[in-house]
Design a protein around this ligand. Structure first.
Ligand SMILES: Cc1cc2nc3c(=O)[nH]c(=O)nc-3n(C[C@H](O)[C@H](O)[C@H](O)COP(=O)(O)OP(=O)(O)OC[C@H]3O[C@@H](n4cnc5c(N)ncnc54)[C@H](O)[C@@H]3O)c2cc1C
Length: 465
């Protein structure tokens, strides 16, 4: 249903489901709940901030009866437009559901409400010498519910996996307003279908997650960082495949290409070796002894004829200096190209060289600068099309250029998104990766969970004509 106006009777029932000051319908109050980091915006007609699962159930039941679109929102840091309420309707923000319900160090499980910020959980776990693996760069601002709904990840995923690998079970409210419980409290369990893995990454289209049992890991004592400059991209990508072929898993393996290094040279005060045309950053974690062993195992894989410089940081302060290079990149890119298109494509690690070579050709063909950096250990490369909106050729070529990038990625057995999700931004390209029969099956799963299509409609899949 397209919701242009919500009847007063519906709004007053909706208002009664939540606490005072947890309901807005004035457009100026609702405005901030209409956008996310995709910069897309759509004004919701009402916003509700429930405190608990029962209130979520009441809200969903009301929306379902009235067939009003309901978009769940964590903190709106998503980059794919996932929390933008495309059909206006109601936005349910989880910001008031921010309780860490329990931390159980004996069983290495934490139970949390979805509005807890990733960093708040990490801070609480640190005193138990534990951590939760997902580490998006946005940790300080993004919610666990958002992490779960998008299957977020960060540099640590190369060793510890993504959100999906670090969840034991969920409580969630489906489109009818009924509560379902998925998964287990244990690290093993095979009873029933694995609905936990289905809900993780479903971007709020199947159910609203109201509680999560998260799998915790022991916090390593320390980490060390290796910074390696190469004279060309081929030498860096050779090192990436060699690192992944040796037995020690780094806890981060990040890559920065030549164009990005030039941007860092130009827009920051960081000094880099003049002949460096690619950079790898490798983190290893553990205790003194295991770190020494890890460095010993990884170093030969880094070395080849194209290596220009190798620096090792064994203190936190030195490691931070190395990571400053990577962190300088996003603000610099935003400065140069505020309208840049940022994709997070993934290819098998061994095909990164073909990806980078292919992207160079596409960049030349469409006359749009393309710069690349990212989580090389997972083959997850942030590909940025530095679009200058005042350049007519680039503006006209942007769509075809992006299309060629996706074609290349799929030809290399890759996938269109590694961590940002589909939302509305990549919806129209999904049919290129997933065949019609599989897409139809996915649509019927959505219909089982949400028969009236009220939960985050028009997201994730190409629209049916
Ligand atoms: C500066 C910056 C850096 C970033 N770095 C990374 C990174 O390193 N790795 C990475 O993976 N991402 C990164 N992101 C993207 C973003 O932070 C993540 O996708 C994050 O998980 C979104 O969380 P959120 O709380 O903001 O969710 P939102 O943006 O509010 O929502 C995202 C999606 O989740 C759904 N949703 C939210 N809560 C629930 C719930 N309780 N139940 C069901 N559905 C729900 C929404 O409907 C929407 O579809 C970055 C973003 C920014 C701005």
């Amino acid at each position: 249903m397209t919701t242009n106006d919500l009847p007063e009777t519906f709004l007053s029932k909706l208002k009664s489901t939540v606490a005072k000051n947890a309901f807005f319908s004035d457009p100026s109050d609702c405005y901030a709940y209409g956008y996310d980091n995709s910069k897309q915006h759509q004004l919701p007609h009402a916003v509700v901030l429930p405190d608990n699962t029962e209130q979520v159930q009441q809200i969903v039941k009301l929306c379902n009866e009235a067939q009003v679109a309901l978009t769940t929102r964590g903190r709106g840091t998503g980059t794919a437009g996932g929390s933008v309420p495309l059909r206006h309707g109601v936005v349910l923000s989880t910001e008031n559901m921010a309780e860490i319900i329990s931390i159980d160090p004996d069983n290495r499980v934490a139970t949390v409400q979805p509005g807890v910020l990733n960093q708040s959980l990490q801070d609480a776990l640190a005193s138990h010498k534990l951590f939760w693996a997902p580490d998006p760069t946005s940790a300080a601002f993004c919610s666990i519910g958002g992490n779960l709904a998008v299957n977020s990840a960060g540099p640590r995923a190369v060793k510890y996996g993504t959100t999906r690998d670090n969840v034991l079970g969920l409580s969630a409210v489906i489109g009818s307003g009924h509560l379902i419980k998925t998964g287990v409290f244990t690290t093993k369990g095979v009873v029933g279908y694995d609905l936990t893995r289905l809900l993780v990454g479903s971007e709020g289209t199947l159910a609203i997650i109201t509680e999560a049992n998260l799998k915790l890991l022991p916090l390593p004592d320390k980490k060390a960082t290796l910074q390696i400059f190469y004279k060309d991209i081929e030498s860096a990508t050779l090192a990436i495949t060699n690192i992944m072929a040796q037995p020690v898993s780094p806890c981060a393996l990040e890559f920065i290409d030549s164009a990005c290094l030039d941007i860092i040279r130009q827009y920051s005060d960081i000094s880099l070796p003049a002949d460096a045309r690619a950079l790898l950053m490798v983190d290893v974690d553990g205790n003194d002894e295991t770190i020494k062993t890890a460095i010993h195992s990884i170093t030969p894989a880094l070395k080849n004829n194209g290596m220009v410089e190798l620096n090792t940081a064994e203190t936190e302060a030195d490691s931070e200096k190395i990571w400053k290079v990577r962190k300088a990149l996003s603000p610099a890119l935003r400065n140069i190209a505020p309208k840049k298109i940022n994709e997070d494509v993934v290819v098998p690690v061994s095909r990164i060289p073909e990806l980078i070579a292919g992207l160079e050709k596409i960049s030349q063909q469409y006359q749009i600068p393309i710069v690349n950096f990212g989580h090389a250990g997972n083959g997850n490369i942030h590909t940025n099309l530095l679009l200058d909106e005042t350049n007519t050729v680039q503006k006209n070529n942007a769509h075809d250029c992006l299309s060629a990038v996706f074609e290349l990625v799929l030809d290399l057995n890759g996938t269109l998104s590694g961590e940002h999700g589909v939302g509305m931004e990549k919806r129209d390209y999904v049919g290129r990766e997933i065949d019609d029969t599989t897409l139809d099956l996915m649509r019927s799963i959505k219909a089982q969970f949400d028969p009236n299509n009220i939960l985050n409609p028009d997201k994730m899949f190409p629209l049916l004509k």
